[in-house]
Ligand binder design. Structure first.
Ligand code: RB5
Length: 147
């Protein structure tokens, strides 16, 4: 599988770890930055990754910030992106099986390296179930929610 990876400063320390883990499992990892832990704004890197995933059919993304919250919210503003903020292998697997997630997001301040490996493995090994879930996922793209 091909992954585009981006973080903010609070996720930067995990970027090389994730790239090495992906490579060890035979996956391709494209690093979209940042290049240091200098403070940056997570929406900028969320959008970079989201646009790359949308433009490259069949690719996936991994986004990391302090909590995973801001960077996943920002990515989900891009049409065609389904970024899932995950905390364990179960949520990572379900994000693929039921939500057809194309970006896995998590927080460097929230999960440890063992959990990260298990989330990535679950995300990679689980396929979208389609069926009743497909209709729901399609509604996400077309829906304008009223308050
Ligand atoms: C940065 O301090 C932090 O706010 C950011 O990484 C993220 O957790 C936001 O959701």
């Amino acid at each position: 599988m091909k992954f585009y990876i981006a973080t903010d400063h609070a996720g930067y320390a995990l970027k090389d770890f994730v790239k090495e883990y992906l490579a060890s499992k035979g996956h391709e990892a494209v690093d979209l930055g940042p290049d240091s832990d200098t403070r940056v704004d997570y929406p900028d890197f969320a959008q970079k990754c989201a646009h790359a995933v949308v433009a490259d059919t069949g690719s996936f993304g991994i986004l990391i910030c302090g909590t995973g919250i801001g960077i996943s919210i920002a990515a989900n503003k891009i049409t065609g992106i389904r970024a899932a903020l995950c905390h364990d292998a179960y949520t990572a697997a379900m994000s693929r099986a039921h939500n057809n997630a194309n970006i896995l997001a998590f927080g460097e301040r929230v999960v440890g390296k063992g959990v990260i490996e298990s989330m990535i493995e679950a995300f990679c090994e689980t396929t979208f179930e389609g069926g009743r879930h497909a209709g729901r996922v399609n509604k996400i793209e077309g829906c304008v929610y009223s308050q």
